[in-house]
Design a protein around this ligand. Sequence first.
Ligand SMILES: [Zn+2]
Length: 501
Amino acid sequence: MGGETDTQKKPKGSYPVHAPKPVGQLISNIYRDRIKQFTAGGQYEKYNLLAMMNEGVASGEPHVKLSVWDAPDLSRPTFDEAVSHEFKPTHVGTWFGPSWSTHWFKVVLTVPADLRDKDLLELHWDANNEGMVWSAEGHPLQGLTGGGERVEWILPEAFRDGEPHTIYIEMACNGMFGCAPGGDSIQPPDPNKYFQLRKADIVAVNPDARQLFIDMWILGDAAREFPRDSLEQHRALTLANDIINAFELGSKESIRTCRRMAQAYLGPNVDSHRVYDVASGGGPPVVFAIGHCHIDSCWLWPWAETRRKVARSWSNQCDLMDRYPEHHFACSQAQQYKWLEQDYPYVFDRVKEKVRQGRFHPIGGSWVEHDTNMPSGESLVRQFLYGQRYFESRFGRRCQTFWLPDTFGYSSQIPQLCRLAGMDRFLTQKLSWNNINNFPHTTFNWVALDGSQVLCHMPPSETYTAEAHFGDVRRSVQRHKVTAAEAPRGSTSRSCAAAAA
Ligand SMILES: [Zn+2]
């Protein structure tokens, strides 16, 4: 149109064309959710990291040939007795039970040609119950847990020859917490539980993908657990999303790229024992951790099952020590060592060798992890007398640390008894579970009525089943309560995380 003037275009006081520009805001929830989706099952699992975890799977015959012998009358026969029976063919999908019954599987594995050269071959066995892998010669090798816990057993190199190789799996029809009805593990056991064998596969695992999964777990936790809008949280969130952007479905190289990116946050030594090395880490450690599995000698499962639990758990620790020389593990209760010695001499010898190497640490000094309020004084004394006598006779030395992570209530005479039994340290964490007050210290001296004292520590993560993931480590640092006078020189925040293994 003609005849218009500037005055007409922009009359004084009129509504301006431009406002201050909108500024984008990072909605961190969206980014945090995206981290979860990168490793989540369900609708994205064919497109996210889970799609790259395995490079091949061999199921069913001729690669995985299964037969079974059902032990009668809830009996728990030995290896020799079990394998003397006839095994009948079975397959994935079959149900086994009832609660507490035992089923022995003969598993004949033939690695297919296309998997033979892969980096890492594992048997994945999941029946949602516990089990023990035995060699064909009758050596108990490693425990299985099922149900999202430990389901892997690494195939020996010798199995890559294309020939059939036999192992046995002793299935125990109970979960880690017994046979609880529904999800409530503290209710009386359900005597009629059945367990379906869901998986018995030879799997070629992509180790880089598995490690990236753990990198992302820790980065994701950092993005969620550091304070909102902190620099640390922002860095973790940004890096995790950059890694997801760098991921290319189907590209192993992209996974290696993603892992290199993660090291910007996790450090260059994350794949090596050097990650625990004080000198290369650039400062003093603020958290000390040691592997531990807490096995109630007597709880909501048959007494005889505890004996098998000990063998399953501790053989796993020996296996981990073989693969990770930096791994240390502490376990208490002379009775459990004695069961292992009686029932599983092969595992006991492995444990003994690791004790000799200073990596498997017998602790506690007592016969079991006992109560301390109801027993008489003599009963308490005998716990230490028989316990220390056993530890000294089998391992050449007495324990120095009394260990009661899961006992409620403590007799005021415990420090005196500990010192008389040769122990000057005590670990528990149970005081933090009380419903009366918030105990003011996590490291302190406990003084008995006669003045005897022991140095006590309660893991500040307030659990004896910490997994040493990001949150456990953070809680170990932040919740450590020690007064300046009690702190070791040069440190105000040393603490300990007893990690479940
Ligand atoms: Zn317990």
